[in-house]
Write a protein that binds this ligand. Structure first.
Ligand code: G3P
Length: 220
């Protein structure tokens, strides 16, 4: 399972990359705003910086909502770096833009997907990644993992090439659930990824190993 960082924070991206466990990055307008990135030039410069740090796919989201606008923005974003994946919302115009970008060999990430029906259309249009928002589904009382499982089953049955990208991750348990059902990629906030490191028994165990080592050294 690929692990992407769902953040526009460069320090967090660098930290995860340094561990050697980061396969890519996803961003969205909310995450860019959180970093205080304002204006087109600043946004492009920021994407360039992320792409210099990360070799894998970096999702950059379009702001336009009309077909022509999404297409122009998508082409412009992909021109920043080879590894930019154009993130396009799940709307009729978005699906049309994904289909055109796919014909131009520009990779896309269809975002804001909440149902198997939407996922079928995204794959049909040629999206490279399909972002299923787990946290927001769980928030409204719909078990997200069931939707994710259904999409995986459909893609397998149909031989769809799109990769299932679990997004809107709220906690490490979401990441574990994703791994269990075989999602292709998960994009999570750095804090949720880093929580996977920890277990109290690991800390206690390490402390004991080191204490025993020190005891023997003192006796020597
Ligand atoms: O990648 C989409 C994701 O960032 C949305 O997450 O937490 O705003 O539901 P959230």
């Amino acid at each position: 399972m690929l692990i992407f960082a769902d953040t526009a924070n460069l320090d967090a991206i660098k930290e995860l990359n340094d561990y050697g466990i980061l396969d890519g990055v996803t961003t969205n307008p909310s995450l860019m705003a959180r970093e205080g990135i304002q204006g087109r030039d600043a946004v492009l410069t920021h994407y360039r910086a992320i792409c210099e740090e990360v070799n894998g796919p970096v999702s950059a989201e379009v702001i336009a909502t009309d077909y022509e606008g999404m297409l122009a923005e998508g082409r412009m974003l992909h021109a920043i770096a080879e590894n930019i994946v154009v993130k396009v919302p799940m709307t009729p115009a978005g699906i049309k833009a994904i289909a055109t970008l796919a014909q131009e060999d520009i990779p896309t990430n269809c975002t804001l997907v909440f149902s198997p029906g939407q996922a079928i259309l995204a794959a049909k249009a040629g999206a490279s990644f399909v972002s299923v928002f787990m946290g927001r589904l769980d928030d409204v009382g719909h078990p997200a993992i069931e939707t994710v499982q259904s999409i995986i089953d459909i893609y397998e049955a149909q031989g769809a090439e799109a990769m299932v990208l679990a997004a809107s991750i709220r906690h490490p348990q979401h990441i574990i659930q994703c791994a269990e059902v075989g999602v292709d990629a998960v994009t999570a906030p750095p804090a949720s990824i880093k929580q996977l490191f920890h277990h109290p028994l690991t800390d206690i165990g390490l402390e004991k190993f080191l204490a025993d080592y020190r005891k023997v050294q003192q006796q020597a």
